[in-house]
Write a protein that binds this ligand. Structure first.
Ligand SMILES: Nc1ncnc2c1ncn2[C@@H]1O[C@H](COP(=O)(O)OP(=O)(O)OP(=O)(O)O)[C@@H](O)[C@H]1O
Length: 258
């Protein structure tokens, strides 16, 4: 049975005063963001805005130049242990000769420890994660033989196998057909309803406004955070995306009309 965390505030993600330098350049500065358990937050911003950098910093893969990341009041390794991360699909080495099941089991490594063997609880967590991602039937298939949509579901299952309280998704819908997108949207919404904090970067603005309960507009820092209904001031979208008033993009989103 999946754990019901809906009454549990312990998985709160708090990013405060975060700054990140890459290649000698400040890529993110003064980032403040709080995501409570049960919230599904869409991270939106233009190419190069720092969305992936923010997700990787939250995970602890990048060392911040300033600020901190807390999950349930914990920092560093203890915080990272609470996080499931779904990277962009091209970042995974799909040619590696390993089955779907074994990739998903790698999501348990931090819980199992490097020198121990998986136990009954680990196999159960992997089976549940495969089931949630509708990948049970493909568990024995080498990952190199999977379609794009199936690969995305493997990465989601791998993140879920760690039983995280925070789920970070980096552009999970890129290149996916409508049924696969719908399957994943339903899954992410269910996971947040069950009490996880879910943060997803995406370029699909209309989709994010529809499925996320909050949006975080990012361009090297957080420009605005709020529900889609609250983010109606077109100046914050202009600042985020560098578009002009009345741009077709804003009009297509119904922003700045009346
Ligand atoms: N390893 C690196 N070394 C130097 N600069 C980097 C590195 N990785 C990313 N950057 C720079 O950091 C900035 C933020 O990149 P990031 O990938 O976080 O943006 P993004 O919002 O995820 O973009 P996209 O929507 O295009 O995926 C960009 O200017 C990018 O060129």
């Amino acid at each position: 049975m999946p754990v019901d965390r809906s009454a549990d505030q312990s998985g709160r993600l708090v990013v405060s005063g975060l700054a990140v330098d890459l290649g000698g350049r400040r890529v993110l500065h003064d980032v403040d963001l709080t995501v409570d358990p049960g919230q599904f937050v869409g991270l939106v911003g233009p190419n190069g805005a720092g969305k992936t950098t923010l997700l990787r910093s939250i995970l602890g893969l990048l060392r911040p130049a300033a600020g901190r990341v807390e999950v349930a009041g914990r920092t560093g390794r203890a915080a990272a242990d609470e996080i499931g991360y779904v990277p962009q699909r091209h970042e995974f080495a799909w040619e590696f000769p390993i089955s779907v099941h074994d990739v998903v089991m790698t999501g348990r490594v931090r819980r199992i420890g490097w020198l121990r063997r998986p136990e009954v609880g680990d196999f159960r967590a992997v089976a549940e994660a495969l089931e949630l991602a509708r990948m049970t039937d493909l568990a024995r298939r080498p990952v190199g033989q999977l379609s794009g949509g199936q690969r995305q579901r493997v990465l989601v299952a791998r993140a879920l196998a760690a039983e995280p309280s925070v789920l970070l998704l980096d552009e999970p819908f890129t290149g996916l057909d409508m049924p696969t997108q719908e399957l994943l949207i339903e899954l992410f919404q269910r996971l947040s309803r069950d009490g996880r904090a879910v943060v997803m970067s995406t370029h699909d603005l209309a989709g994010a406004m529809h499925v996320c309960d909050r949006l975080c507009l990012v361009n090297r820092t957080v420009i605005a955070v709020g529900s889609p209904d609250e983010l109606v001031d077109q100046s914050i979208w202009m600042r985020t995306f560098g578009v002009t008033a009345g741009s077709p993009l804003l009009r297509s989103l119904g922003i700045g009309e009346g």
